[in-house]
Design a protein around this ligand. Sequence first.
Ligand SMILES: N[C@@H]1[C@@H](O)[C@H](O)[C@@H](COP(=O)(O)O)O[C@@H]1O
Length: 260
Amino acid sequence: MEVVIAPAEELAVLAADAIEALLRRRSDAVLGLATGSSPLKVYDELARRHAEEGLSFAQARGFMLDEYVGLDAEHPERYRNVIATEIAERVRWPAEQVQGPDGLAADLPAACAAYEEAIEAAGGVDLQILGIGTDGHIAFNEPGSSLASRTRIKTLTRQTRVDNARFFDGDVEKVPTHCLTQGLGTIMDARHLVLLATGRQKAEAVHQLVEGPVSALWPATVMQLHPHATVLVDEAAASRLQLADYYRQTYASKPSWQGL
Ligand SMILES: N[C@@H]1[C@@H](O)[C@H](O)[C@@H](COP(=O)(O)O)O[C@@H]1O
């Protein structure tokens, strides 16, 4: 696992560099997309490169991590709509090439199974962008999630609903109680995991993710078992890391030919 500690703007550039390098290598690359505030600067940077430097998403495919159950098709916080607004439309990504689990399906388990099949049929995710919840969840894999889980229905914790209430007029009761989420096993199948975290409220989760014992109690710790995982954090999110100096030295002495 590589840990990079840098200001948020720099982290966004690093993540965008990795995505750009992938797209220039393979224009039909498969990107894993996350919602939440953590990836927003990355999406801004990709939109800028699309507009100013011609970075193309015309052939790329995208798979979202998760979706709320039951939000109206037009609801602005429906993750499908969030991804359309924050990234897909800005880079003129053909809508049919970006998919998410269907939180409005009549048969939710069938929708989860279909989603797993769609990811597999696309050849799997090349690069997965991730954020992390304050309770250590990735996607919506709340504490207690099986480390081998696949796309399924989950109940959101009170903590996650409180954290996400800011997107629902600050009213926790408006935050859905259930979601569909890629499982930890699904996420672990992606070939490169790039997690972004900023702010002191993420410091404990980041410490557990990087340095804690692998445990369902902190679901993101499963990433320690991934052969290619990158953790991009600002100083505040890194403030509880025991080996922060070592990560800094390692990154400072990294050869320029080596990407993330
Ligand atoms: N389902 C999303 C996650 O994918 C995201 O990583 C997390 C952190 O959100 P933020 O980046 O806004 O802190 O919250 C949500 O619950």
